[in-house]
Design a protein around this ligand. Structure first.
Ligand code: NAG
Ligand code: NAG
Ligand code: NAG
Length: 391
């Protein structure tokens, strides 16, 4: 045998094995027990592992198949063809529910059809076992909680509750809506539709009082960071959870002072003024699992890893973090008030103030356009529904 042929015999199986390894995460859509066409095609190749060597021509054919499979996904691991249907058993299951009835597992099932790597398990909030969350324990804030373990421990000792509350936690099917702050919400009278959701998530200081007709009156939780938190104690609505999302180590110190009702000592290191007092009992406070920031940034959107440290353009916006949380913890997910339309510079940026769209500046921390690409995939694939059609 010629040396070049020998080389081919060695090289081809290696290429095939390399490809199988690379694509195994993408091909194994085993979660719903469905085998794909390509699984069947590749099985014989997998069996050649190390031992029998196939004829070169066959291997080449297999590699060609491989290339086709590889190109079915984008860089982030999302299927390019976003109108892929659910497995038949789920289509029947959901098809047999009456119109408007909550579909158990719907968002996660849809997500899995376009993003096979999706693993639903990720708790909403940190609880006393948080140190066992391996994926976040090795990252600094905002992508994890490394260096903050002691402070988190002391906070969680007094907050004592780590769920949504008995009533919501016991629901067998939860419909969640994330209400963004976009001006697109104004004058659409979506308030009562928003209030119909089991879980209404609001962000930062977006007001409810006076805007009920358009944004609803119910707030299950308000996710916030120090600079975004409502500053006037009287503006906090009753009966909502104060959910804290940390972006820098200093944020945890601030939270401890809010939880223990201590006087805030110095506000150095914050990029704008922060709330001095949060009128909430510790049992109404939660710490959002930082995994959602990490997953949104690196897996879903594909922002620069920067060695796992906050850097230019690698922090997802709070809205996208909230959507990521909901994909893992809600059966159905909707959004409203998301999306900036740069073609209408005179439209209001937020529903509650007169600042115009044109005031938006290029952000150092966020990458709005890349983030929008991700959200578009979710909407196009019907993983989430967008009540205001802004995404
Ligand atoms: C309801 O389920 C049965 C099988 O369980 C199926 O044959 C039928 O098509 C389903 N109905 C709808 C509307 O999907
Ligand atoms: C909403 O309606 C009010 C009252 O009619 C009007 O003043 C305001 O400009 C409208 N806002 C938008 C964004 O259309
Ligand atoms: C956003 O991502 C795109 C594509 O990766 C890149 O070209 C652009 O510079 C990024 N913008 C920011 C603000 O980081």
């Amino acid at each position: 045998m010629k040396p070049t042929h020998k080389l081919l015999f060695v090289l081809c199986p290696m290429l095939v094995l390399g490809f199988i390894y690379y694509s195994s995460g993408k091909l194994h859509i085993h979660v719903w027990g469905q085998k794909t066409q390509f699984d069947a095609d590749l099985t014989p190749v997998a069996l050649t592992k190390g031992a029998e060597v196939k004829r070169t021509t066959e291997l080449e054919a297999d590699i060609t198949v491989g290339r086709i499979v590889g190109s079915e996904y984008d860089k982030q691991g999302f299927l390019l063809k976003l109108d892929t249907k659910l497995p038949l058993d789920l289509r029947y299951k959901y098809g047999n529910l009456s119109e408007g009835v909550c579909k158990p597992g719907f968002a996660a099932a849809k997500m899995t059809t376009i993003y096979p790597k999706f693993n639903k398990l990720a708790p909403m909030f940190l609880d006393r076992n948080f140190k066992h969350l391996a994926v976040v324990s090795n990252y600094l804030p905002p992508f994890g909680f490394k260096t903050q373990e002691r402070i988190i421990d002391s906070i969680l000792t007094v907050t004592k509750s780590y769920g949504l509350g008995d009533e919501l936690d016991s629901l067998s099917c939860k419909r969640c809506i994330i209400v963004g702050n976009g001006g697109i919400l104004a004058n659409k009278s979506l308030g009562s539709r928003i209030d119909d959701y089991d879980v209404v998530v609001r962000l930062n200081e977006a007001p409810v009082s006076g805007y009920g007709k358009d944004v609803g009156t119910k707030t299950t939780m308000r996710i916030t960071y120090p600079e975004g938190a409502i500053q006037k104690p009287e503006r906090y609505e009753k009966d909502s959870l104060f959910v804290f999302s940390a972006f820098k180590p200093l944020d945890f110190k601030w939270l401890r002072q809010m939880v223990f009702k201590e006087k805030l000592r110095g506000t150095e290191g914050f990029w704008k003024s922060v709330a001095q007092y949060v009128p909430r009992e510790p049992t109404e406070m939660r710490i959002l699992n930082p995994y959602f920031i990490q997953e949104a940034a690196f897996q879903f959107i594909g922002l620069p890893r920067n060695n796992g440290i906050m850097g230019k353009g690698n922090i997802p916006t709070l809205g996208t973090v909230a959507i990521t949380m909901a994909l893992h913890n809600c059966d159905e997910v909707a959004v409203a008030g998301f999306g900036y339309d740069m073609n209408t510079p005179h439209a209001p940026l937020h529903y509650y103030e007169t600042v115009k769209m044109s005031a938006i500046k290029e952000s150092w921390t966020h990458n709005i356009s890349k983030e929008k690409e991700f959200l578009r995939k979710l909407v196009k694939a019907n993983v989430i529904s967008d009540l205001t059609n802004g995404i």
